[in-house]
Design a protein around this ligand. Structure first.
Ligand code: TXE
Length: 502
């Protein structure tokens, strides 16, 4: 990494944060290198939390929860702390952003423009939400009043991914603590660095120690211990579909509430009556932002036949112009992938495309020669005539667009729904009837009409099919992070059967 471009000091060790204190690194602990994906340099060392340390974190969270200090704090007090966390994230955004870039390789313009503001917004959103939320009262029966209380569940286990570490983890942390829970957060073992300044700012914001605890380590060790831990009451997970399956079945053994937000292979349908230029711009944003590593990527671009030739030509021209480079450079549009593994995974799909007779690589497909080091991969565009091919069915999670042609809405919808995933979808058309049919028939949790990437925090977000179970956002996060308690109180004395009286 070019030192001149960053002002921060990288933390040399990453440990757990329990009850308001950093755990001292121990030589005997299993250690993992933290790698900067742009130059493969080891920038820090993670000291992995084992099952015992996870238990300590869960116990600290439970103790704080039971103390009532936070779980029974007034909504106004909680709101003030959440807003202070928002302010401190914004005050420290430069440091957090630079650490995120060091970990993820996502271009700094995108981290500063989208992910850090979104992290701050997550706290503001839930601060506002809790101050307005109400619960139903049932007074239809004149002899009783019955109402519903919303109470925090207890200790939330939050397992976060590496693609947008801070933005995705803070959605979970903000939701959990807004409703009074304590939590144990596990960032991805690839991307813990930004959470170091984040943890430090929580107590400055006035959050009591032990409300947010963090453990670090591999999924199979630290994450698995969380899903098995008796003192953790719920799991909110974002990550891969296979991991989601494992987590849900493990968490089921101790009957934890579980929400999983998993992968996608989302269709971006462009009809020939669409605003061509806007659809083109948006198709590029939907697949190439975040280095293509996002669950809501528009990775299958379905183009109607009359405009397909022109669309492919223009799309490929633009892809050739994308600026690949150092993620700390403000002009960079595509940085390196997260890891060697992810780079090899993406390359394997390009190799498969090269072998297949149903697919044709229009550009990219290789590691760019300009970079000796770093997990860079050329932005890749492949056309396919078979939606069953691996590049149309599997989540590739990289700068890799697949283009399919279709004739008419029926075929577009058939291809869209011919997928084991169902997270989001995009529809581009100026014909309201076509739009209305598409939004009704698409089997996915979100339909974006004539827009890319519109995340409305008030609305539910989550997937159909293998894209997950449950939703987050406003009311849906409240459902996850609270228990409902029904209270009935009689308004007058009424006769009670006198059992045992002779
Ligand atoms: O993610 P994992 P991986 C998809 C994407 C990617 C694939 C694999 O297609 O290519 O998943 O990525 C923790 N118990 N997405 O393998 O493993 C892990 O430590 C408990 C989609 O790197 O799912 C990390 O904190 N936890 C996606 C988190 O799970 C476990 C984002 C996610 O890592 C665990 C990322 C276990 N047994 C990848 N195993 C999205 N939906 O946005 C792992 N973890």
């Amino acid at each position: 990494m070019d030192k001149k471009k960053t002002k921060i000091n990288t933390p040399q060790t990453v440990t757990s944060y329990i009850n308001g204190e950093w755990v001292e690194p121990k030589k005997s602990t299993h250690q993992l290198p933290i790698i900067h994906p742009a130059n493969e340099a080891e920038v820090s060392i993670l000291y992995e939390a084992d099952a015992k340390e996870v238990k300590t974190a869960a116990k600290a969270a439970k103790k704080t929860f039971e103390s009532g200090l936070w779980s029974k704090a007034s909504v106004d007090d909680r709101k003030a702390v959440l807003l202070a966390i928002r302010d401190l994230i914004l005050e420290n955004q430069e440091e957090i952003a630079e650490l995120e870039v060091m970990n993820t390789g996502v271009p700094i313009a995108q981290v500063c423009g989208r992910q850090i503001p979104r992290s701050a917004m997550n706290f503001e959103f839930f601060a506002e939400f809790i101050s307005q939320a109400s619960s139903p009262v049932f007074d239809q029966n004149p002899d009783y009043i019955t109402y519903v209380r919303r109470e925090p569940v207890g200790v939330a286990g939050l397992i976060a991914p590496w693609n947008a570490p801070m933005a995705l983890a803070t959605m979970k942390v903000a939701g959990a603590i807004a409703f009074g829970n304590s939590c144990v957060l596990k960032p991805s073992e690839l991307t813990p660095l930004g959470f170091i300044p984040f943890m430090n700012l929580l107590s400055k914001a006035g959050l009591p120690d032990g409300v947010v605890n963090m453990v670090n380590g591999r999924g199979g060790v630290t994450g698995a211990a969380m899903t098995q831990e008796e003192d953790i009451d719920l799991i909110a997970f974002t990550g891969g579909t296979e991991t989601g399956r494992l987590i849900a079945s493990e968490a089921g053994k101790t009957l934890k509430k579980t929400v999983t937000e998993l992968g996608g292979k989302s269709a971006n349908i462009i009809f020939s009556d669409a605003d061509f230029e806007r659809a083109l711009d948006a198709a590029l944003v939907a697949i190439f932002s975040n280095n293509g590593q996002q669950c809501l990527a528009g990775s299958r671009i379905l183009v109607e036949k009359p405009i397909a030739k022109e669309f492919k030509k223009r799309f490929v021209e633009r892809v050739h112009n994308l600026k690949i480079g150092d993620p700390y450079d403000k002009n960079t549009e595509i940085g390196p992938l997260i890891s060697r593994n992810q780079n090899e995974r993406v390359a394997s799909f390009a190799d498969a495309a090269e072998q297949s007779k149903n697919t044709n690589i229009l550009c990219g497909g290789k590691r760019p020669k300009a970079f000796e080091k770093g997990y860079y991969f050329e932005p890749t565009v492949v056309e396919s005539s078979d939606n069953q091919s691996a590049i149309c069915q599997e989540e590739i999670f990289g700068p890799f667009a697949t283009i399919l042609e279709f004739e008419g809405i029926e075929e577009a919808l058939q291809i869209t729904n011919d997928s084991k995933f169902g997270l989001v979808s995009y529809v581009w058309s100026t014909d309201v009837r076509k739009i209305m049919k598409a939004q009704a028939d698409i089997r996915a949790g979100v339909v974006w009409v004539n827009t890319p990437l519109m995340r409305e925090l008030r609305a539910p977000f989550g997937g159909y099919k293998n894209s997950g179970i449950g939703r987050d956002g406003g009311e849906w996060s409240r459902n996850l992070f609270t228990e409902e308690k029904t209270v009935s109180i009689p308004l007058k004395d009424f006769p009670i059967a006198k059992l045992g009286e002779r």
